[in-house]
Design a protein around this ligand. Sequence first.
Ligand SMILES: Nc1nc2c(ncn2[C@@H]2O[C@H](COP(=O)(O)OP(=O)(O)OP(=O)(O)O)[C@@H](O)[C@H]2O)c(=O)[nH]1
Ligand SMILES: [Mg+2]
Length: 398
Amino acid sequence: MFSTEKDKEKAVLIALITPKQTEEQTREYLAELEFLAETAGVETVKSFTQRLERPDLNTFLGKGRFEDVMAYVIDQGIDMIICDDDLSGRQIRNMESAFQERKKEVKIIDRSLLILNIFSMRAQTTQARTQIELAQQQYILPRLTRMWSHLSRQRGGVGMRGPGEKELETDKRLANDRIAFLKDKLAKIDRMAVTQRKNRDQMVRVALVGYTNVGKSTLMRRLAKAEVFAENKLFATVDSTVRKVTLDNIPFLLTDTVGFIRKLPTTLIEAFKSTLDEVREADILLHVVDVSHPGHEEQIQVVNQILAEIGAANKPIILVFNKIDLFRPSPEMEFEAQEGDFSPIDFLKNSYLDSEKPKAVFISAEQKENLEELRTALLELVKQRHYQIFPNSEFLEA
Ligand SMILES: Nc1nc2c(ncn2[C@@H]2O[C@H](COP(=O)(O)OP(=O)(O)OP(=O)(O)O)[C@@H](O)[C@H]2O)c(=O)[nH]1
Ligand SMILES: [Mg+2]
């Protein structure tokens, strides 16, 4: 059976404009949240925002604004409210019970839970599945309410009527047991993975990192000539893939990894520690950027910050500006480029190369543009690293 537009669940999104988060940022975050919802098969009908110093402790939005949302949700038969920031147990409970008083069942979730659900839909390997279930359980535990309760027992879906207070206590105990079990299982898987990584041949390791949907898997396919799943959805890749690649007779290992995103749930970063070990243990990073995305500067910052968090910030790195085929310069950039008789992409290159240190290349993985320049830059780094880590290797002299 195919699902049609009609049985898609409908959502409204809520977000704040605060002294720390400008209106423009909020708009961009909401666009991303809508893309996340779409990836999970949920249709966004409307977004509500409000200017506030900080979230309301009881209803996230202020009381009056929340009343507006309630009226709209009830009137339009909306199934779900998705909040762009993490909700506390108290906020979820308060919002749920406000709807219950009006005899309406609405699912109230947040960006983190949505991301966790998408990850759990996508995970293939036992390791990724276990990591994600652990992250979900840990995220849900402090937020167990009637509505969220079934989430801890039944993976995947969202919604339905929850249990009473007594069952809630039982559920908390069950969730704690489950968390202990999953941690134990992961520890065993990790020990195996460490051995596997140690047993890999003496080869330089290169990891593709970057924001979600920037084209990492597409580039992996180009470089490794391997079939890797790529899709215009967020988090197409949740498991990491390793391939042996040979450039100019020099073999190295190339890893495709899970994409990063802003406001990535901390429990998820925690749970993904071992997948991210591939990044931490890499010798070289290819940081892929979607240069056609208006928010790519901020995306670079988000990725750099997560790299720092996992202790992978100080590696040789190539910044790969991808999707140059889609790049459209801003009017100002266009004007300045014309003045200087540059093409907009040259303008972008110059402005970038002037200011920053890491090597940058501009490519289109999909249109196969400029891949040679990337291969050359990568090969140079791989050779350098190879001699550094395997000074006695005879391999290159052959
Ligand atoms: N126009 C254009 N599209 C591209 C290019 N590279 C990748 N894409 C498209 O961008 C989308 C995302 O590509 P993926 O390779 O799945 O991106 P990813 O970084 O692996 O994404 P996640 O695994 O979700 O983090 C796909 O629809 C690709 O076809 C490019 O150079 N130009
Ligand atoms: Mg991918």
